[in-house]
Design a protein around this ligand. Structure first.
Ligand code: ATP
Ligand code: MG
Length: 226
């Protein structure tokens, strides 16, 4: 328990602080990436396909250890934490909306959310389902949902956890502009009302522009453009 208490946020610190992160697979991907996410803040990352945006989100969200650099969550270097504490953060504090949805295909939409409810011990708020406009498809199997409905269900599933940080990889990629805007508003409202943070990857500059800050991954560097 004491270890968990030390994870409590200091209100002046960034939620997430990325310091001098570099990574390469067989070839360099990016160098000396720095970024700070404050409470209530949303950050968009744009960049060409293959530039490393998803890889960057994987590093920020504990899933991949970078070759160099550190990521601090509430002032703790996440890659120095015990496996157990890292798991706790991943399970309780971080909500990841993947580019591929990873919904459980053997279950219907409702059951997919039930799994999240069970794991997080939170209830699904029916307002959330109506603001994402998926209340009417909850009895359908995952294969019977459109790509955009699966995407919105993935957002709902992550929000049920009440995460402190949402990492979203192209959460509006399959959506028309109006629906994309509505989904973004749900995410922004959540972040503001819960002192949480959002880091999202997108190809759509108009969607990116709705975030507080925008960064572009280009030529191995992350450059702030807003
Ligand atoms: N586990 C891995 N092992 C080796 N190479 C990888 C791995 N994951 C990603 N890559 C490579 O790293 C590069 C960046 O991939 P990444 O998925 O981060 O790009 P992206 O910017 O998210 O692209 P997109 O916009 O198409 O989603 C690609 O060339 C990809 O092939
Ligand atoms: Mg990607």
């Amino acid at each position: 328990m004491t270890e968990v208490n030390t994870m409590e946020a200091d209100s002046n610190l960034p939620l997430l602080d990325v310091r001098a992160v570099s990574h390469d697979f067989d070839y360099p991907l990016f160098k000396d990436i720095n970024l700070a996410l404050n409470k209530g803040e949303s950050i968009a990352i744009i960049g060409a396909s293959g530039s490393g945006k998803s890889t960057l989100l994987n590093i920020f969200s504990t899933l991949l250890i970078p070759n160099k650099g550190e990521v601090y969550y509430n002032n703790k270097n996440i890659f120095n934490l015990s496996k157990n504490n890292l798991l706790k953060i991943r399970r309780n504090d971080f909500g990841i909306i993947f580019q591929a949805h990873y919904l459980f295909r053997g279950f219907n939409a409702d059951e997919n959310l039930k799994i999240s409810e069970l794991l997080s011990e939170n209830d699904v708020d029916s307002n959330l389902l109506s603001s994402l406009n998926i209340s009417h498809v909850m009895k359908q199997g995952i294969g019977e949902l459109s790509g955009g409905q699966q995407q919105r269900l993935s957002c709902a599933r992550v929000l049920v956890k009440k995460p402190k940080i949402i990492f979203a990889d192209e959460p509006t990629g399959n959506l028309d502009f109006q629906t994309a805007n509505e989904v973004m508003d749900v995410l922004f409202d959540y972040v503001q009302n819960n002192d949480a943070g959002l880091i999202m990857v997108t190809h759509e500059t108009k969607i990116a522009d709705k975030c507080d800050k925008v960064y572009k991954l280009n030529d191995y560097r992350l450059e702030q453009i807003k």
